[in-house]
Design a protein around this ligand. Sequence first.
Ligand SMILES: *Cc1c(COP(=O)(O)O)cnc(C)c1O
Length: 429
Amino acid sequence: MTSAEQLALLGGAPAVEQPLPHEVWPPPAEPAELSELAEQRNTDISIKGNSGPIGQLETDFLAFLNGGARFAVTFNSGTSALLAAYFALGVREGVDVVGPALTYHAALSPVFALRGDVVLADIDPDTRGLDPKALQAALTEHTKVITVVHQWGHPCDMDAILRIAERNGLRVLEDCSHAHGSHYKGKPVGTFGDAAVFSLQANKAVYAGEGGILVTSDPGVHDRATLLGHYRDRSRDTVIDEDLRAHWVTGFGLKLRMSPFNAIVARHALAAFPARKEARHRCLRHLGAQLGDVTYLEPVHVADHVDMGAWYGYKPLYRPAELGGVPRSVLIEALRAEGMEVGAPSGPRLSTLPLYAHPENPLFPGVPKKGIAPGTGSHAEYVEQHALSLPTFTNWPEDTTLIDQYAEAFRKIGRHREALVRYAAGPSR
Ligand SMILES: *Cc1c(COP(=O)(O)O)cnc(C)c1O
């Protein structure tokens, strides 16, 4: 430490030199992807069932899951795929879905469009996903579906959750939108539940731009999900049950298909994924190894039996007591002044959103809701209020210097704890 060193917040030189943005995602397309897109423009800009790049993407995706699921059906978004999954799993008026109190809302919001109800259960502070004990306590006589979200890439405690599901005759939906390529005890996520959905939206590790994919091994789930979003050719050609197939002309009234252009983008992203996953692991191992002596951060826990896939951001927890009680917002302000791309994770606890907090289903006034929601004192609240969101970093070894400077910025803040405490208390704010 030179005596001249000062927090950038107070006029010193920033620790991170590279200008923003640091997380550039999705990466630009290679020429092969661009020429395939151009060719598709003149071959077919519409969709014929699951032909062409749509069927190819679905085949590739099943291979990506090591044959752990029998069927894959693409949709125009992860949210659409979740709607189809909930419909296929039997969600309707009078049915409760139990899901995590802190996650991206779209994991559960489609339940309301089917007149179902969501019961929120607390999360496990280590996995940041559904806590099995809280799940058990949240079950009602109307519960039919458990939704797990492998939050920020870390798989949920699937052994315990599947035991609860089996004991109670419940179905399990995995939302794997943060967890492409994550494994639990050697098995890819998306192959544990009755159905799984992966969003392929632009921010996700495998991206179509806009898109989602539903996977299942249950022919009944496959048929009903297909009919909900894919009338005509695809329903005629792929729905297995004859009575259900009779509806092929109309399906169940909705058209939620992926465009072939998005499928082409997603196929290329999937092909590039293994190398990117490896690069992310190298980057984040390099970062994590340097944060051990930053006492005001609780490192991200990764269980031994877990492979973090593509991570979906690096989200350590802040320990304010180790930094003189400085509020998280001030810490973020100081880190940003040092040149870092850092913030609080974007999603609030679901119980704070009007769709969840309202005593009736706002889409269908008169349909009551239970509103069971972990509030003050929950792990969900703790993580919501203490997590920091850092870039995932994907360029190895190009990002090494940048990562080193992030680690240095964290250490620098620690060295200037007193100055930051004074700043936080001062009238200048
Ligand atoms: C992104 C995301 C969704 C929604 O997917 P879209 O493709 O944006 O509709 C659902 N659940 C989780 C956990 C997500 O991160």
